[in-house]
Design a binder for this molecule. Structure first.
Ligand code: TNX
Length: 497
């Protein structure tokens, strides 16, 4: 861990290369994820009723408007967005240092006169806005007007992410969640600089996305194509890329129940409501299976602006291994045809990105790297939000163990699996499987407070992170969640105030 004064001597280019970080300073603001560099400065800035939000570059206007909407709710101030320097200024610039901090990096300066946020892109501004939110008093998260003052201590932040992919996954197949519920899940996660939403759209228990060419797939509880477009749009407005997952060739009972011809024996399966896995398979030897897959991939790809299309590939215990290989090869070609990059779980033997999930099968991650894939690290015993915190947790599963908040935080993606190093890793993800979760409160209880820790692992420099320091910063999030009526688990490991 670099000494603070030494870190202060490190050059801007070292920062730009992402290879340095200040050791956490106990007097620093309680930010999650921890930025690359935070330096306290003299005095403080107070937002008052006459303040304006200034942005010269057209690209920054939506971010400025978003910040204004958030601040107006709690402060009751007018906060007009103006196209010039103002009390709070957002700037899109290619000039260093902000301009050299990559697509998501930013600098944030708070002085008694003004707040100045700068980044190379609107996305970088949006990430910086999340830091600014956390510098303001927690009541800034309230949905109705609160009394001031709205003071921020003087500070200079320089920041950029460690990994480009910081994801959350929501299983909307085992239990369905509405568009509004998904929007709230996005809203809460982006505060921690999450930038991908992986939607597990299909499984044995349900098919949750309308496919026009196979209209019986989605029966009850599903997104129409317009619903899905709305999720994608809402996510994109928050610089979140949606990664749709159509799980194949296993986890397909819902499709096998809707269309008899997808079964090798030509007989439709019964709908399934249980919690078993590994019993279903598409019929890999039938041509109709590939026409089906082509139709589904074509429609989903057309609705999805992001680069990835995930075809699952996990737990295909009812597919013969040779047939599995053949299926995946053809599936990869289909995804290519529609201009997307194939991603899947670690079992998938083709594709550009593989997701490590099973702590008992690290070799699959190593094999994926060997064939040239990048990894998303989501080890179930650390990052699965559906694992119980303790034996007494009222929801969740425990097949990967009990995962207290400290367990989910205290690991590093680049040292987890022997033979997998930093350069092999695209990022991290926190999946939330919903076999046992039926309500938004249950989702939030499992995600908070673990989700912010996974987000920090993906964002913050490894050398600057420690559980001891993190638990204090995490505790400071609680009043922010309370202001938004977030249901969260009051772990005894966290020093809540
Ligand atoms: C394993 S993770 C699964 C899911 C379950 C989850 C429950 C993965 C690729 N497959 O089907 O929902 O465990 O924790």
């Amino acid at each position: 861990m670099p000494h603070r004064r030494l870190a202060a001597l490190m050059t801007a280019s070292a920062l730009a290369a992402g290879c340095t970080a200040d050791a956490p300073d106990p007097t620093s603001p309680a930010l999650v994820p921890l930025p690359v560099s935070v330096r306290a400065s003299e005095g403080g800035f107070t937002l008052d009723a006459g303040a304006r939000i200034g942005v010269r570059e057209a690209g920054g206007v939506p971010v400025a408007e978003g910040l204004a909407r958030l601040l107006r709710r709690a402060t009751g101030y007018a906060l007009p967005v103006v196209r010039q320097e103002a009390e709070i200024t957002l700037e899109v610039t290619s000039r260093p240092p902000a301009g050299g901090l990559g697509q998501e990096g930013y600098t944030l300066d708070v002085t008694p006169e003004r707040v100045r946020l700068a980044a190379a892109t609107p996305e970088g501004l949006f990430r910086g806005v999340q830091t600014l939110r956390q510098l303001l008093p927690p009541k800034v998260e309230s949905t109705g007007p609160q009394p001031g003052p709205w003071t921020i201590d003087g500070v200079r932040v320089e920041d950029r992410p460690r990994f480009p992919y910081r994801g959350v996954m929501l299983d909307v197949a085992r239990h369905f969640f509405t568009v509004e519920q998904v929007k709230r899940y996005i809203d809460l996660a982006v505060a921690y600089k999450v930038n991908h939403l992986h939607l597990h759209l299909t499984d044995d228990q349900g098919w949750r996305i309308e496919i026009k060419s196979w209209p019986r797939l989605a029966a009850d509880g599903f997104y129409t194509q317009d619903d899905y477009r709305e999720i994608v749009r809402y996510a994109a407005e928050r610089f979140v890329t949606v990664v749709p997952e159509i799980d194949t060739p296993g986890h397909t009972n819902a499709a096998l129940a809707a269309y008899a011809e997808l079964n090798c024996d030509g007989r439709a399966r019964e709908p399934y409501r249980g919690r078993e896995v590994g019993f279903s398979s598409l019929c890999t030897s039938k041509e109709v299976t590939y026409r089906f897959l082509d139709d589904v991939v074509r429609e989903v790809a057309a609705l999805t602006p992001g680069p990835y299309l995930n075809l699952g590939g996990d737990e295909a215990h009812s597919t013969d291994p040779e047939d599995y290989e053949k299926f995946v090869t053809r599936a990869h070609q289909i995804v290519d045809t529609y201009g997307k990059r194939l991603t899947g779980w670690a079992e998938m033997t083709s594709g550009e990105v593989a997701q490590h999930w099973n702590p008992r099968e690290p070799d699959r991650a190593v094999a994926a790297v060997a064939r040239g894939a990048k990894l998303i690290m989501s080890p179930a015993d650390r990052s699965y939000l559906d694992m119980k915190y303790t034996a007494g947790t009222g929801y969740g599963l425990d097949w990967a163990g009990l995962v207290e908040v400290g367990d989910s935080y205290a690991w590093d993606p680049a040292t987890l699996v022997e033979g997998v190093t930093e350069k092999d890793i695209l990022g991290v993800e926190a999946p939330l499987w919903t076999e046992t979760l039926e309500t938004p409160d249950a989702l939030e209880y499992m995600a908070y407070p673990r989700l912010p820790g996974i987000a920090e692992i993906g964002w913050s420099p490894a050398a600057a992170r420690s559980w001891e320091d993190y638990r204090g910063r995490l505790a400071a999030q609680a009043p922010r969640w309370q202001a938004q009526s977030v249901t969260f688990y009051r772990s005894p490991e966290v020093p809540w105030h």
